[in-house]
Design a protein around this ligand. Structure first.
Ligand SMILES: [Zn+2]
Ligand SMILES: [Zn+2]
Length: 265
């Protein structure tokens, strides 16, 4: 008889597997995650060049899901169409979300009409295929939640990924039925605002993520991030909220499956 405890499984709700460069490659990354009790991984699309790789990984591994979308900072020669997004999202069972999409006023500061148009196309596609949205927003919180509301994104809901805005923006996203996901940033010493929000978001709306290979949590800050490290994000948030780690794990995992239940075949 096995006597070892079965640990509840954590989920990394946002990472970029094709971009993580570690010795041993994908197999090693997935093995490390498994050792840390990471049950499922959502691998998020940023462009159409690396997307086929995401689709392949999502089809190959039962515990890896994928999304389709073009990041607001990705430069395209030809803009993506709603039809294209729908087609890629519909015909591939491993693809459970649309994104990452949204607005980024930090890295792009020219005329941003194209960014808004691209964002709206992703919302339209998500509604057409009934899959949740993965939202990236940077220095654009107000416009992001406004476009979500105006374009009826509440019909499909989604994740505000790597959340760094204040609670007012979080509240507006929560009111639209969205979930708030925290990355390694929450573990950074100077991230007081993020920590404040991580304490206040209702437990049934929180997710955790790595956004790997970026933003490794303390104590790996500055190193290459990987899904296994989501445990450190979760531990930090459970300490912040003063709740046992197993409660935080159970809540974030339940939240993930509640959000994506319609999209997971
Ligand atoms: Zn992002
Ligand atoms: Zn990302």
């Amino acid at each position: 008889m096995k006597t070892e405890m079965i640990h509840p499984q954590l989920i990394d709700s946002h990472c970029h597997l094709p971009l993580i460069k570690l010795e041993g490659g994908l197999e090693a990354i997935l093995k490390n995650a498994q050792k840390e009790g990471i049950g499922h991984i959502l691998c998020v699309s940023v462009d159409l060049e690396t997307w086929p790789e995401i689709n392949e990984i999502a089809n190959k591994y039962d515990n890896v899901y994928g999304s389709v979308g073009v990041h607001p900072n990705t430069e395209l020669e030809t803009e993506i169409t709603v039809k294209e997004l729908i087609q890629l999202a519909e015909n591939n069972p491993g693809i459970i979300a649309i994104g990452e999409t949204g607005l980024d006023y930090y890295r792009n500061s020219d005329d941003l009409a194209w960014q808004k148009e691209r964002f709206i196309k992703h919302i339209q596609a998500a509604r057409a295929v009934n899959k949740p949205l993965i939202i990236h927003t940077r220095e654009a919180g107000e416009d992001t939640v406004r476009l979500l509301r105006e374009n009826k994104a509440d019909e499909v809901s989604g994740v505000m990924h790597c959340f760094v805005d204040d609670y007012e923006i979080a509240k507006k996203a929560l009111d639209l039925g969205f979930y708030i996901s925290f990355s390694g940033i929450v573990t950074f010493k100077n991230a007081k605002q993020v920590q404040e929000v991580a304490k206040r978001v209702p437990l049934d709306r929180i997710l955790v993520e790595t956004d790997s290979p970026y933003l490794a949590p303390v104590p790996f800050r500055g190193k290459t991030n990987q899904p296994a490290y989501v445990r450190h994000v979760a531990e930090f948030v459970s300490n912040l909220r003063g709740i046992p780690m197993e409660n935080l794990i159970a809540a974030t995992t339940d939240n993930f499956f509640r959000l994506f239940q319609h999209a997971i075949p």
